[in-house]
Design a protein around this ligand. Sequence first.
Ligand code: NAD
Ligand code: AHE
Ligand code: ZN
Ligand code: ZN
Length: 369
Amino acid sequence: MKCRAAIAWGPKQKLEIEDVEVAGPQEGEVLLKVHATGVCHTDAFTMSGEDPEGVFPAILGHEGGCEVVEVGPGVKNLEVGDHVIPLYIAECGDCEYCNSTKSNLCQTIAPTIWTGFMPDGTRRFKSRGQDIYHYMGCSTFSEYTVVPEIALARINKAAPLDKVCLLGCGVTTGIGAVLNTAKVEAGSTVAVFGLGGIGLSCIQGAVMAGASRILAVDINPDKWEMAKALGATDFVNPSEIGGSTSEYIQEMTNGGVDYSFECIGNVHVMRDALECTHMGWGVSTVIGVAGAGQEIKTRPFNLVVGRTWKGTAFGGVKGRTELPGYVERYMSGEIELDSMVTHTMGLEDINKAFDLMHEGKSIRSVILM
Ligand code: NAD
Ligand code: AHE
Ligand code: ZN
Ligand code: ZN
């Protein structure tokens, strides 16, 4: 079939809207109509050329709200008309990781997900006579995409796809980081660095966990209003401090916060996020994705004295098992999505979504396909 898609032909280039041929679903695969897709900073990261796994030309996008339009042979649990959210971390239900309660990192199809292919090592997209790479197993910047059944979470059909698409990455990652990875306890103090879709969702998670104080840290003061609306109690602007952000936060919080989250992808901020936690028990979780060759550092002493550095992918959430529940929690008003969608636009305007992100003017743009 033919449709329109936004293609990243190379690093540091705008996306181009192209006619694309999409091949039908093979064994265990599902053809999806993408109704809506969010735009995450990770898409911009790969476009920037900093992603060591970035391959071009590719159809990016990984925050989709989709409908099943055709199932391939061997698909067991999905049928035409089902509503689904594609998962960049599959859940086969059977591998070492799926059988562990300690990890969501199903590895069954990970090697092909992260190199731009379908599980059988081939691709389903063609444009200008060339094969086009898949992205994170999702490629939601296309009107139609093909995803393996084990990387699809079936959700409540009553849920608006132009909102719950955000649960395909940003919101779930932030909430999951707080509840699953860090396991923040009631009464804890929390600092969140970076107030985009991920950081604001950490704030939501911290409120759910019953945190007593939530410090929202960003160099863009325009982000404070939404952070406050979601439950942040204090705002810190590192560019106005004129000294060490970690020491400033330690002074504010009588020795440091219990938990911190880095939601930017800046290795220097990752260090601040660790060092602003309380000696003896502070836990800092890295969520941001940093460019090729970048490394984190701190004095080992900062760990010797009882701080813990952790990281999380998709908030530790096992997608097929847990994501339908996140959708229900949105439907019941427990998870906020509507105000996170600050802009909507058609596919032809997708580059505006990236401009708004880089200008610090959006939280999430949703592309209506
Ligand atoms: P975003 O661009 O919407 O938000 C980033 C925020 O960080 C902005 O508000 C910006 O003003 C702020 N910021 C930038 N530099 C700063 C600094 N030096 N100090 C304080 N604040 C600063 O991005 P997003 O979509 O929320 O994504 C955030 C990060 O999380 C990205 O690196 C993204 O790739 C990553 N991510 C990781 C996962 C995961 O599973 N680990 C999932 C989704 C996104
Ligand atoms: N390609 C990058 C890593 C990118 C990365 O860490 N991706 C996250 C999801 S970001 C969603 O917005 C992830 O889940 N990774 C798990 C994995 O197995 O890669 C790089 O640095 O190489
Ligand atoms: Zn993402
Ligand atoms: Zn698995």
